[in-house]
Design a protein around this ligand. Structure first.
Ligand code: PHE
Length: 371
């Protein structure tokens, strides 16, 4: 039964105290039952409302109705009650705000059965990862690292590398030429570099021999994209110039590098080739890492090396003496070798990727496998 204020018939101190105790007990128990803001408002109004609130009723039924000689004591007690009730109502409100209420716990509880929030770590791109790996193989041999601009002049990309104007070797390295440069001499016209070899020239212009550098970077060619071609790809160039550098040094260096990249059982083979800026020139082949150089795999021809047992990987050669003429090196006193390798090609082999486009599509399901 909810508490109601009843008239006092007995105004003695003891009777008054009994009535007060009953009221305070009701106040405490009702305050304890308040569990949310809506409850609290009902509770507040029940006790404090001007019209029919418990305190108003106490005032009417106890104080106003009191005989003259009891008015003073009853008045004091009622005033005390008034502040007790106000304090309890306020304390109850604080409890609501304080966050310990059952309703607050319900509305803000954490569902520990939900999966956590995943914050994926970024991963190094497989092309950059491979490029860094190649560079570190040569850094360990004492090479330093140089970079050059992606937008090159005709001079650095072609002319100083012994591609004369209109030479047919230029056709193998078609690229994007910046428009509207017809008024400039050919050598100053800008294009997107087709290889990292221009950095060979820039390095030799800056530095006297001995030179040992690797030059990683992005290059561009007029190639239609397919599983093995991309109009943008990456190369790592190498250049070593010193006294008495021979083709043996070139072979030993690249044989070591291929073993460092693909495993010590890999063999290398140097196959005659042509580049305008090296003489002699070679393509380096490695024994097929899929069939172990046998040319057959799972009882059939190996598809990765077209059953040859060899995979062509990079170009190299002894620096052509004509190139030294462009950078004022004395070709009678020094010699050197250069090489250039495609980073994507190496990454494809190392990671068994079957389509170069995967490197550029930005699909995280592919990329995160390299994290
Ligand atoms: N620049 C050549 C290419 O991109 C590769 C190469 C570099 C060949 C250095 C020989 C020496 O095809």
């Amino acid at each position: 039964m909810a508490y109601t204020v009843s008239k006092l018939t007995d105004y003695s101190a003891a009777a008054l105290e009994r009535a007060v105790a009953k009221l305070l007990a009701a106040l405490e128990s009702e305050a304890g039952a308040v569990s949310n803001e809506a409850d609290w408002k009902v509770f507040r109004d029940r006790w404090l409302a001007r019209k029919n609130g418990v305190l108003t009723l106490v005032n009417d039924l106890w104080l106003k109705a009191a005989p003259k000689d009891a008015k003073r004591d009853v008045g004091q007690r009622v005033n005390q009650l008034k502040s007790q009730v106000e304090e309890t109502v306020e304390a109850t409100r604080q409890r609501m705000l304080g966050g310990t209420s059952a309703s607050k716990l319900t509305s803000e509880r954490i569902d520990i059965t939900l999966p956590g929030i995943r914050r994926p770590l970024g991963a190094e791109h497989p092309v950059i990862k491979t490029m860094n790996e190649i560079v570190s193989v040569f850094r360990n041999l004492g090479y330093s690292v140089e970079e050059g601009p992606e937008i090159e002049t005709d001079y650095y990309n072609f002319e100083a590398l012994n591609f004369p104007p209109n030479h047919p070797a230029r056709d193998t390295q078609d690229t994007i030429f910046i428009a509207g440069q017809e008024s400039k001499p050919l050598r100053d016209r800008l294009l997107l570099r087709t290889h990292t070899s221009p950095v060979q020239i820039r390095t030799m212009e800056k530095q006297r021999p001995p030179v040992r550098v690797v030059c990683p970077g992005k290059v561009h060619r007029n190639d239609a994209p397919d599983a093995t071609h991309s109009p943008i790809f990456h190369q790592v160039e190498g250049l070593a110039v010193d006294t008495n550098i021979t083709f043996c040094d070139l072979k030993g260096t690249l044989d070591h590098a291929m073993k460092a990249l693909f495993g010590s059982s890999v063999k290398t083979r140097f196959y005659p080739s042509f580049f305008p800026f090296t003489e002699p020139s070679a393509d380096v082949q490695i024994s097929c890492i899929f069939c172990g150089g046998k040319g057959t795999r799972d009882g059939g021809p190996c598809r990765n090396c077209k059953a040859s047992g060899w995979i062509e990987l990079l170009g190299c050669g002894m620096v052509d003496p004509n190139v030294y003429g462009f950078v004022d090196y004395d070709s009678r006193k020094i010699s050197g070798f250069a090489f250039g390798m495609g980073v994507e090609r190496i990454a494809i082999l190392k990671y068994g990727v079957d389509d170069i486009q995967l490197f550029f599509n930005g699909d995280v399901r592919f990329l995160e496998q390299f994290g």
